[in-house]
Write a protein that binds this ligand. Structure first.
Ligand code: HEC
Length: 194
């Protein structure tokens, strides 16, 4: 077990214990951007196991395994895009080495790379955190998706069902990350580097 998988296992175990007591993940912020790192960690500890339970209710292959992958951030964070949700990305073995360099020039991710990003929405009206979709990017072989730098986008709903999405909707924004092979990367303050 690497130190990273050890940490991830610890976080998952913690999420399980606190989740068992806090059924509703309450938060009283007016805006997701107002959350402190500590508050986000509390929310994640509360919602983390419920989230995985939902994503894995269907038969999505990524949902079933992504928590065993390499975490790319120390905790979820709010970047703005993706509906001001709290975002937390995991990289599979093929993607991890390159992704965790967070390079900004000349990045070409290997075919077979998969990034899975959990999301949490702050429902301000109900003063609680709720599970958002699991967003997924899969790098195909050269020519697999010529209009999208060979990325295939998909998403799983909080109830485990596939989410209807449009490739161009996702890629029209992601293609702006030039030199980074369409990757947005987590906020700098939470990145886990290798
Ligand atoms: C308006 C811009 C925008 C749109 C539209 C968008 N994304 Fe993203 N996406 C981002 C940004 C910015 C990040 C990096 C921020 C973060 O993860 O904290 C990101 C990160 C990701 C990641 C993690 C890998 C990475 O880029 O670092 C995945 C997976 C992802 N998005 C999937 C999707 C899918 C699937 C869709 C379509 C349903 C989509 N995105 C639509 C802006 C966008």
């Amino acid at each position: 077990m690497t130190i990273r998988t050890f940490l991830a296992a610890g976080a998952a175990a913690m999420a399980f214990t606190s989740g068992a007591y806090a059924a509703d993940c309450k938060t009283d912020v007016e805006d997701a951007f107002d959350l402190s790192g500590a508050q986000i960690e509390e929310i994640y500890a509360c919602i983390g196991d419920k989230m995985l339970e939902g994503y894995t209710k269907g038969d999505n292959e990524v949902a079933a395994v992504y928590r065993t992958w390499t975490p790319t951030a120390t905790r979820p964070a709010v970047a703005g895009p993706h509906g001001n949700r709290l975002l937390n990305t995991f990289a599979n073995d093929i993607a991890a080495e390159q992704y965790l360099k967070f390079e900004e020039e000349g990045v070409v991710m290997p075919a077979g790379s998969v990034l899975a990003k959990e999301s949490i929405k702050i429902n301000v009206k109900k003063s609680k955190a709720v599970v958002g979709p699991l967003f997924i990017m899969t790098k195909g072989e050269a020519g697999a998706a010529p209009d999208a730098d060979d990325w295939i986008y998909s998403a799983v709903q909080p109830n485990g069902k596939p989410m209807k999405i449009k490739q161009s909707f996702c890629h029209n924004c992601h293609e702006a990350f030039e030199g980074q092979d369409a990757l947005g990367y987590p906020l700098e303050e939470v990145r886990v580097s290798n």
